[in-house]
Write a new protein. Structure first.
Length: 197
């Protein structure tokens, strides 16, 4: 086979344009997958970019240097089951429901939290079916969290962050068990939580 025939075949392939007959079946192969993708994102998991510095230095550790963002896996499978102090969760902001927020659980129902500014009261007992969430940043002005809008209801929680996907140097599982918080919490019992009987 000569070089000219190879180039002519390559040229024909590069100039190939699909005809209507070839294109009309593409939607039939793509459309059935749309509900599956939506179900997967709503009930199994999705990737989430971490914006801002409220979770610095645990997430976005180089935020002060280059404004880079971490990419994390947000598991949406049964997000409110067996919640523990220290877990990082995603939830819909009580102030702006269209915004997905990522914070760390500091206290569970029945616990008493010694709050930080700008919370107007010094202590809060977490009511039934609520959690107290805060950002990891030492500067409380960098995070809109439960110190701003109080304990959040469990039904606002949409997922748990389980893994860092990007950057490569942080790739791996999120070890929330190792978290030692700054906020003082007196652990309580779920039965002690104020709420409806």
């Amino acid at each position: 086979m000569s070089t000219s025939s190879i180039f002519s075949q390559l040229n024909r392939r590069l100039r190939w344009r699909p005809t209507w007959r070839e294109v009309r079946y593409w939607p039939l192969t793509i459309l059935p997958w749309i509900p599956a993708v939506i179900f997967f994102n709503d009930h199994v998991g999705e990737h989430v970019w971490i914006n801002g510095q409220s979770m610095y230095p645990f997430l976005n550790p180089s935020f002060n240097e280059d404004l880079s963002k971490d990419l994390c896996w947000n598991s949406r499978w049964n997000p409110t089951a067996n919640l523990k102090r220290g877990m990082i969760v995603s939830y819909q902001s009580p102030a702006h429901p269209e915004v997905l927020v990522v914070k760390r659980i500091i206290a569970l129902e029945g616990d008493i939290v010694y709050t930080r500014a700008p919370c107007p009261v010094p202590t809060v007992q977490i009511p039934a079916n609520h959690v107290w969430v805060e950002g990891d940043n030492k500067d409380s002005t960098k995070s809109l969290d439960s110190n701003t809008y109080g304990p959040i209801p469990l039904n606002l929680i949409t997922g748990r962050l389980t893994h860092v996907i990007w950057p490569w140097r942080s790739l791996g599982a999120i070890h929330w068990e190792e978290f030692k918080g700054r906020t003082r919490v007196i652990k309580g019992r779920r039965d002690d939580a104020p709420g409806w009987d």
